[in-house]
Design a protein around this ligand. Sequence first.
Ligand SMILES: [Zn+2]
Length: 159
Amino acid sequence: MRIGIGYDIHPLTQERRLVLGGVDIPFDKGLSGWSDADVLTHAIIDALLGAAALGDIGSHFPPGEASYKDVSSLVLLKRVRDKLKENGWQVSNIDATIVAEQPRLGGFTGQMRQKLSQELGIDIGQVSVKASTSARLGFIGRGEGIAAYAVALIEGISS
Ligand SMILES: [Zn+2]
């Protein structure tokens, strides 16, 4: 068994979709970035790659590459799952926390867990997503961005 940690943050801007864990969240702002800027999925990808010591999201999917422009991060997550499999690993469980002052995300975490677990080919009970705020402190508290933390446990595929 191996454990990995992931962290990501994206700025909130106008005229962008807000996508978290593959779920479109109705909000007047969205996260800016090269892909769909799904900060939660990015943190999970980094936790998975970290657990397998396979580098990080930037080394596998470099920003600036045309094929990743506005790509759904769920597509990248699926590729990471395949990479882990090629290296003899399967996902045991994931725990993640989104830190966002607004919008309130508690009502969406179930859908996020469903999408993420589906993409990873695991049970929804193996994926936890929690929504937290920054208690109005700092740049997240001022609504300038959204951050996400994730840990992942992986285990060797038994033949
Ligand atoms: Zn990111």
